[in-house]
Structure formats: C-alpha cells, structure tokens
Write a protein that binds this ligand. Structure first.
Ligand SMILES: Nc1ncnc2c1ncn2[C@@H]1O[C@H](COP(=O)(O)OP(=O)(O)OP(=O)(O)O)[C@@H](O)[C@H]1O
Ligand SMILES: [Mg+2]
Length: 550
C-alpha cells in the first residue's frame, strides 16, 4: 500500500523545522554560561528545550499529517505525547552541551549521537502512534540512513550553534538564518528518509481510526500555528533579553566610569586636603614663630641699646686719664681737681656697669626663652607628622609666666599693667606647647587690641582656676583686656580662618587657637560688651583626664 504527500503540508513542516532551528541557534547564546548569569542560563535552557523540542516534534507531526494513505489514519495520543517528550529531552541535551564554555570533540560526538538517536526515537515512536495493522515494516538501509542523517544533522547543528552562540551582529543573524535553513532541511531530511523506509502492507488499517477521521490539514495548521507562536514568542523574549542585557552592560559601564571618576575626584580632594592641612600647619608655625620673633626683636633691641649707651666708654676714658698721669699718679689723684674726683667716679661707674650687666643678662635670659619656644614650636610641628604624645605634666602658673615673658618686650613698650590672678594649681597633664602657643596668641592679640588706647593706661588680666561645671571639672584660663573691644557682628566671625581687622593681620591666630583647644578636648570662647569695652577670651580644658599629680 502506497501513500502520497500533501506538498503544502510538507512545505509547512520544513518551514517549522527552519524556524525551530533558528530559535535553537538564537537561544544557544542565552544558555551560554559565559554570557549569562547561572540562574538565567538555566531558565533559558528550560524555555529553549520546550520551544526547540516542540519545534522539532511539530515538524515531524506535520510531516506525518502530510502523508496520506488510502485508509483513514488517527494517532495514539499517548505515543504522540511520548514522542513530544523525547523531542524536548533531545533539545535539552543539545542546549546543555551548548552551555559549556568550550566544546571538546568527544562531547560533540557524544552529544550528536545522543541527539540523533533521540530524534530518531521521536520519529519512530511517532510512527508507532499510527497504530497500523499489520505493523509497518522498515527498509533496513533507509532506516540506518535516517538515523545517520539525524546524527549528522545534530553534529552540524551543535557545531554551528557553538560558533554563533555569542554573536549578535547583523552578519551573525544572516549566518544564523542560513544555518537554520540547512539545519531545518537536515531535520526534515531525516523525517522523510524515515518515512521512505516505511512499508505499509496492502490492506493495512489504522486501529485508532475507528474513532473517526481526522481533518489532517486543519490539525496540521493548528499544530504549526501553536508551534510557530511558541517559537516566535521565545525569539521575541530572547531579543528583549539581549536588548536589556546590552542596556545593562551599558549602564554598568557608565556606572563603572562614574565610580572611577568619583574615585579620582576623591583622590584629588584628599591630596588637596592634605596640602591644605600641610599649608595650615606651616602657616601655624610661621605665625607663632612670628609672634615670638617680636619678643626676640624687642630683647635684641634692648640689649643693643644698652651696649650702645654703655658706661664702659666712660670707663675707657677714666683709664686713659690715669694712663696719662702714670708717672705722677699719686700727685694727680691727691692734687689735680680731675684726679681728686676720679676714685668716686670710678665707684659710681662700677655700680652702673654692674646694673647694665644685670639687665643684659635678664634680656639675654628672655631671648633664650624665646628661642627655646621657637624650638618648641618647630618640634610641635614635627610631632604632627610623628606619633609622639605631646602630653606632659604642666604647672599652669609657670606656663602663663612663660607666655607673658615671651610677650614681655611689647607689653613693657606699651606700658601695659599685667594683673596675675592664678593661685597655685596642681600639676596637670597637658599639651604644653600647644597651650603655650594659644596663650602667646591671646596675649599678643590683647596687647594689639590695647595699642589703640592711648588716652589711659591699659591693663591685661590673666586668671586661671579649676571650675566645677555641669560637665565635670575644667581648667579655665581667662585673658582679659580693656582694649578696643569687639562688635557683636565681628564676635560671630572671630574664629574663622582669615578673619582680621588689623592692617598687618592674617586672621590666623584665633582660628589655630580654637583648633588647638578642640584637639585638646576643650573650647575657646570670646566675649566682649562691645566696641571700646575690652574683651575676654576663655580657654576651657577637661581636667579629669589631665589630672597628673593632684
Ligand atoms: N583681644 C581682642 N580684642 C579685640 N579684638 C580682638 C582681640 N583678639 C582678636 N580680636 C579680633 O579678632 C581678629 C582675628 O584675630 P586673629 O588673631 O585670628 O588674627 P589677627 O590677630 O588679625 O592676625 P594674626 O593672624 O596675625 O594673628 C583680629 O583681627 C581682631 O579684630
Ligand atoms: Mg592674632
């Protein structure tokens, strides 16, 4: 018994095979573990296996429907379902192989043989679904040829899909289309070779056909429509996925760029901050050394004026007079009017020279202290870059005396009365150098504020005590002056870097003092009742931690 083909359905089956092949080639990229995340690639594997499997199966099923025998045919649903499941498993195997990052020849051949046998099983189980009696006989050569074609088609499909899987360019799409054509024809070729191998005995009947004749064309179109819809949907989702993946990649790239730029900006800021910090420290050193140098200058000026007006010149003259009368020195001292006053004069001279010497020694002492302070300032600056702890036991009274001494020259010059109100305080653990710098700055500012007061004598008061405040015990040092005072408006800006009202000022002193106080855990505050009403600066430091030998 011979059958014949409905060529329209044959063409439809080939078209379905080609579309299914294209879908498989397209999905190979989605399942690839090199381009997709693990979870996503598994999802794509499941989707791909169902759509590619349905594609191959419906090609086969439409091919069966295209075959018309002179007896009514119906298909066993169970066997048809089994053949569909086999097609899906075969597709899953193919996509599993394509998931691998590299394709070894051994895996390729093993996979192709497995797929070929799978596709053949699907086909021949599909034939069993026809339930022909007597059973269909197969031509051995064509049967083997159909299996070999299935293996060959699978081999080609795997190779092509692996080559094209990660490519999405226009050229790659063309290559996929061409390859899908070849693959589709190969799959259809297997099917029709398998059909050619089948021999139907004359008078064969289909057992299932008793249920009624099926309209093959309608069924074929329905299957094809469902399959093509599934395949198209899969392709659309795959295209969207690729589109989003591309967008994500672009986003990730720009995010990376922004992050890099932010890092660079941060680096520049850190460098800038460090340079600014270094400049600030340098500024601090220069400012404080400058303050102390004022006092060095005053002391040096005093010493040089003492030396210039020194009584030692008069001594030289007196000695000269004695040398001139060396021959009759006794007579000269007893009878000459100049000689008679000479011993008394020499006496007075020795007292004056001794006093001169004493003031030179005092000034040199103050000069040495100032030079030592300059050394301290430089050492403090150096300790910023090291780890040295700057805290040491300090007698606050001595420290205030030192600060006054450093400013002594200019205070004396402007005839400022200094009032000291600091009783004996316990030894405290303090950052001595920083404290000294703050006090020298405050005293120097107070002195400058009093410079403009010319109509009356100025007074500077230094107070120090330990106060019991709400937040604990605090060392409190006050520097009070009766100078030009501070307006309410300026009071608010006093500690800002660069704020100055003085012609030669830098606006650095109070800023660095406030920072210093903060670093010691304390505060520096200012108060003034207004212009012309003097000012009070209060430094408060915690003593509970600074207590050394109470
Ligand atoms: N005792 C004070 N009485 C009145 N005004 C003061 C007093 N101390 C500071 N000021 C005001 O605060 C400003 C800032 O003081 P700061 O010590 O920071 O800078 P400066 O003395 O002007 O300059 P420099 O940086 O050289 O010390 C001063 O210009 C002055 O206007
Ligand atoms: Mg100042």
């Amino acid at each position: 018994m011979y059958g014949h083909y409905d060529l329209r359905l044959v063409a439809l089956s080939i078209a379905v095979a080609i579309i299914a092949s294209y879908t498989a080639l397209d999905l190979a990229g989605c399942v690839s573990s090199t381009t997709s995340s693990r979870r996503k690639s598994w999802t794509w594997l499941a989707t791909g296996a169902v759509s590619f499997g349905t594609g191959i199966w419906s090609m086969h099923f439409i091919g069966m429907l295209a075959f018309e025998l002179p007896t009514p045919i119906a298909y066993s649903p169970l066997a048809s379902l089994l053949s569909l499941i086999i097609a899906i498993i075969v597709s899953a195997i193919a996509l599993l192989i394509l998931r691998r990052p590299d394709l070894k020849l051994r895996d390729l051949i093993f996979g192709a043989v497995l797929m070929g046998i799978g596709i053949s099983s699907m086909h021949y189980i599909g034939m069993i679904a026809m339930q022909m009696r007597p059973a269909i006989r197969y031509d051995a050569t064509l049967f083997v040829a159909s299996v070999l074609i299935a293996i060959g088609a699978s081999l080609a499909a795997l190779l092509i899909a692996f080559q094209l899987r990660d490519k999405r360019s226009k050229l790659a799409i063309l290559a996929k289309l061409a390859s899908a054509g070849v693959m589709g024809l190969a799959i259809a070729g297997m099917h029709y070779t398998g059909m050619a191998a089948a021999h139907f005995a004359p008078g064969s009947i289909c057992l299932g056909a008793a249920l009624g004749r099926t309209d093959n064309t309608g069924l074929a179109i329905a299957v094809a429509a469902c399959t093509v819809t599934i395949l198209c949907l899969t392709l659309i989702v795959s295209a969207l996925d690729a589109h989003f993946a591309l967008n994500n990649a672009k986003l990730a790239l720009s995010l990376q760029k922004i992050t890099r730029e932010l890092h660079e900006a941060q680096g520049k800021l850190v460098t800038g901050a460090r340079q600014a910090g270094m400049a600030e420290i340098a500024n601090n050193v220069l400012h404080n050394v400058g303050n102390v140098l004022n006092s060095v200058n005053t002391s040096a000026g005093l010493v040089s004026s003492i030396m210039r007006d020194s009584k030692s010149l008069a001594l030289t003259k007196a000695v000269q007079l004695m040398n001139d009368h060396m021959a009759d020195l006794g007579d000269f001292l007893a009878n000459d009017p100049k000689g008679k006053v000479l011993p008394g004069y020499l006496n007075k001279l020795s007292v004056a020279i001794a006093a001169e010497q004493q003031s030179v020694i005092t000034e040199l002492g103050s000069l040495t202290k100032s030079v030592d302070h300059i050394k301290d300032i430089v050492a403090t600056q150096q300790s910023y870059s090291g780890t040295a702890s700057l805290v040491e036991p300090v007698q606050v009274g001595d420290l205030l005396e030192d600060a006054l001494r450093i400013n002594a020259g200019s205070l004396a010059q402007h005839q400022v009365t200094v009032v000291k109100e600091f009783s004996l305080l316990p030894l405290l653990l303090l950052d001595k150098h920083r404290m000294l710098q703050i006090m020298v700055n405050l005293i120097s500012n107070a002195k400058q504020a009093m410079d403009c007061v010319r109509d009356r004598a100025s007074q500077l008061t230094l107070r120090a005590d330990i106060a019991e405040l709400a937040d604990g015990r605090r060392l409190r040092i006050r520097v009070e002056d009766d100078g030009e005072g501070i307006s309410r408006e300026n009071l608010a800006r006093l500690f800002s870097h660069g704020f100055t009202t003085r012609k030669n000022g830098h606006g650095f002193g109070l800023h660095s003092c406030a920072l210093g106080a903060k670093e010691m855990g304390g505060t520096l505050t200012a108060h003034s009742d207004g212009v012309g009403k003097g000012a009070v600066f209060t430094l408060e430091l915690p003593v509970n931690v600074a207590m050394a030998l109470a």
